[in-house]
Design a protein around this ligand. Structure first.
Ligand SMILES: C[S@@+](CC[C@H](N)C(=O)[O-])C[C@H]1O[C@@H](n2cnc3c(N)ncnc32)[C@H](O)[C@@H]1O
Length: 206
């Protein structure tokens, strides 16, 4: 199938399920072709693997977050790997990064700890924009695996250490503690794309 036809097909299929069907169709096709979305205009591909495209579109129609389908999420000024074992980092959490960076600069802090590292987004953003060392915990071994993969891909293993433990059980002394903990009331009715796909240990307050 030609790219243009595949795009129109995917866009039409997604029309009733997502707010931006054209954009999401492009993201899914770029993921399938292993290129950036912007590069689609330069592609003259006539042979789109339609069966694989159908699987991706079906997953999205079932409300699976596009970040889990493409294994990619933008946070702060970078992109990182994401998968179902960790919460998709939210843009609002960038405020926490900004605040931490302000405090690090103002008080010349050197040692930060994070409780509940998830994908690693916050710790990685802080490490990339300061010289601190970071120790981070998470009770989820899946999250630890995803965070470790991201830390390695940014070559920050020397500066961010992760521990599969609860709260701050495994930390030594520190200058600053940050956390975006699970805080949602378990009775609260979340949207399907969140409740059905994101890890409940990352969402609901114990
Ligand atoms: C809301 S998510 C935040 C993830 C990431 N920091 C972010 O902002 O995208 C909360 C994280 O805390 C972890 N968590 C929950 N209870 C914990 C505990 N007692 N000790 C350490 N981590 C915990 C969850 O597994 C999850 O990864």
């Amino acid at each position: 199938m030609m790219l243009k036809k595949a795009l129109l097909w995917a866009q039409k299929e997604l029309r009733d399920s997502v707010d931006r069907p054209r954009l999401e169709a492009e993201i899914l096709l770029a993921h399938l072709l292993g290129c950036r979305r912007e590069a689609l205009v330069l592609k003259e591909i006539e042979d789109i693997d339609f069966e694989s495209l159908k699987v991706l579109v079906e997953r999205r129609k079932n409300h699976e977050p596009i970040e889990y389908i493409t294994n990619n999420v933008s946070f702060y000024d970078f992109e990182l790997f994401i998968d179902k074992g960790a919460l998709i980092p939210r843009p609002e959490s960038e405020i926490l990064v900004e605040k931490a960076l302000e405090l690090i600069k103002k008080y010349s802090l050197t040692k930060v700890v994070e409780i509940g590292i998830g994908s690693g987004a916050l710790s990685i953003a802080i490490a990339r924009h300061s010289n601190v060392t970071i120790e981070a915990s998470d009770i989820s071994s899946d999250a630890i695996e995803i965070a470790s993969q991201n830390i390695k891909s940014f070559n920050l293993q020397e500066r961010i250490q992760v521990f599969n433990c609860s709260m701050f059980e495994c930390f030594g002394s520190f200058d600053l503690l940050i956390s975006n903990p699970p805080y949602i009331d378990p009775e609260f009715k979340l949207e399907k794309n969140v409740a059905d796909y994101e890890p409940h240990t990352a969402l609901f307050a114990p």
